[in-house]
Design a binder for this molecule. Structure first.
Ligand SMILES: [Ca+2]
Ligand SMILES: [Ca+2]
Length: 466
């Protein structure tokens, strides 16, 4: 073997076959803004109550007040605000009422035989679409059925203040991402496959990871550079509402490209040290990470038990409060067979397709925590995940956008969601971040327990915190 253990990217080119080399592991990006309501500008807790025609309360404000007065001996303090144009009345609860109090109060009022309906005065947000011209193709973000329901989350969180490390193939300069990139590092120690002429160095850019036929092992096919790390990073934090290219879930977060993957995959030893460095730990010979990551995305994997060194590195990152997200793998097999998704202390992400089923390629099973859009493996780019890319087949060419399919594309959706959560709850532990994501997901009926908690819902996750 050229390399003792190799990991490779978990992306599938839309029109290419899934299988690569047996024994190969595969590899994977972010953004934010925030708005905190202050007590002085917070909207009031109100209820809208319609009374049945013919009841005194239907026409008399005093009758409403009298009936509330009678009821309030055993209930919260309602205040009569005003009668609305429809004839319904507006009631308020004290400002310090918990969010759940509104629902409970509505239910209680509705039990009054004079009441036709009672409902919370829900607070809505503008849902203006971003002006990025490729937005219409990003079903993975906006589609309410098969996507991750992202846009309504944006008024509350966009990843501001959170850094997401992308342990992957490096970064090909892209003007729709550049403003959100912070310095990473090149951890690729094996100079012959690194394509940049040397081993480890501070340049985290992706020089290309193409391979000639037979270059990695006898009989291995030739392959073009896949710009995998750039694609993953774009899904997390491509610049959004900038009238260019694509949008992303965590577009005010920062992405930190940590390069481990070259022409023939990635070494477990490099990955382990990359995890430690990304989380803010010390790696001999490597300068300290000035912007340690709160989230690590590893869209990488291969069929093997979780390596001890990888588990130790993950445990270290988690002990530092860093959430580690991994792809489940693309073998249509039990995710327990694929590392590092089978390691403990990671959020392992399966992929769903354009029709809200498990992707035909996606690994599944008890090792999976959550599912996110990864696209349909077919010849239709519209069913894939569109993100930042490059035209080069070997060395970098021009920046472009390209659809890819795989669990590699699913994982960064969850890393981006983790960034939204961490903007709102900076002290949440990785276990708490995972809990927010899984408890607000919706089941994928056709997949059941094999897809973890189901399809993640960014808006539900964020709303559960605000
Ligand atoms: Ca290098
Ligand atoms: Ca854009």
């Amino acid at each position: 073997m050229l390399l003792p253990t190799r990991l490779t990217a978990t992306a599938l080119a839309v029109a290419l076959a899934v299988a690569a080399l047996p024994g190969l592991l595969t590899t994977h990006a972010q953004a934010t803004s925030h708005r905190a309501a202050t007590p002085s500008t917070a909207l009031p807790h109100q209820l809208i109550v319609g009374y049945k025609p013919g009841t005194p309360q239907a026409t008399s404000d005093q009758a409403v007040k009298n009936s509330l007065h009678a009821q309030q001996r055993a209930t919260p303090t309602y205040t009569f605000e005003r009668r609305l144009a429809t004839g319904a009345v507006l009631l308020s609860l004290p400002d310090n009422s918990p969010a759940t109090a509104l629902t409970a109060a509505a239910k209680q009022l509705a039990a009054n035989p004079d009441v036709a309906y009672a409902e919370p005065d829900h607070i809505l947000q503008t849902t203006a679409e971003p002006n990025d011209p490729r937005w219409g193709e990003q079903w993975d973000l906006w589609d309410e059925y098969a996507g991750m329901n992202v846009p309504p989350a944006w008024p509350r969180a966009t990843g501001n203040g959170v850094t997401v490390a992308v342990i992957d193939s490096g970064y090909a300069t892209h003007s729709d991402l550049e403003a959100n990139v912070v310095d990473g590092y090149d951890f690729l120690s094996h100079a012959p496959s690194a394509r940049d002429g040397d081993g480890r160095d501070p340049d985290y850019h992706d020089p290309g990871n193409w391979a000639e036929a037979g270059a990695c092992a006898p009989g291995t096919p030739a392959r073009d550079s896949d710009w995998h790390g750039t694609h993953v990073a774009g899904t997390i934090a491509a610049q959004t509402d900038n009238a260019k290219g694509v949008a992303s879930t965590a577009h005010d977060a920062k992405v930190q490209p940590v390069r481990v993957g070259g022409a023939c995959g990635a070494l477990t030893s490099d990955i382990a040290e990359a995890i430690i460095w990304a989380a803010g730990g010390t790696v001999p010979g490597v300068p300290a990470n000035k912007t340690p990551a709160k989230v690590i995305n590893m869209s990488i994997g291969g069929p093997a038990p979780c390596a001890t060194i990888t588990q130790l590195a993950i445990n270290y990152a988690v002990s530092r409060g860093t959430t580690v997200v991994t792809s489940a793998g693309n073998a249509n097999a039990d995710a327990a067979t694929n590392q590092p998704g089978n390691c403990d202390n990671v959020i392992t992400v399966a992929a769903s397709d354009r029709h809200r089923n498990r992707g035909s390629y996606s690994n599944y099973g008890a090792a999976v925590e959550i599912t996110a859009p990864g696209g349909t493996f077919n010849d239709n780019p519209a069913d894939g995940i569109l993100s930042t890319h490059n035209t080069g087949t070997t060395t970098p060419g021009q920046e472009t956008y390209h659809a890819l399919v795989g669990t590699s594309m699913a994982a960064p959706h969850i890393s981006a969601l983790a960034a939204l959560i961490l903007q709102l709850r900076p002290d949440h532990t990785p276990a708490q971040v995972q809990d927010v994501i899984t408890t607000t997901a919706s089941p994928i009926t056709s997949c059941g327990d094999d897809c973890g908690a189901g399809l993640a819902d960014a808006t539900a996750a964020v709303r559960s915190l605000t």
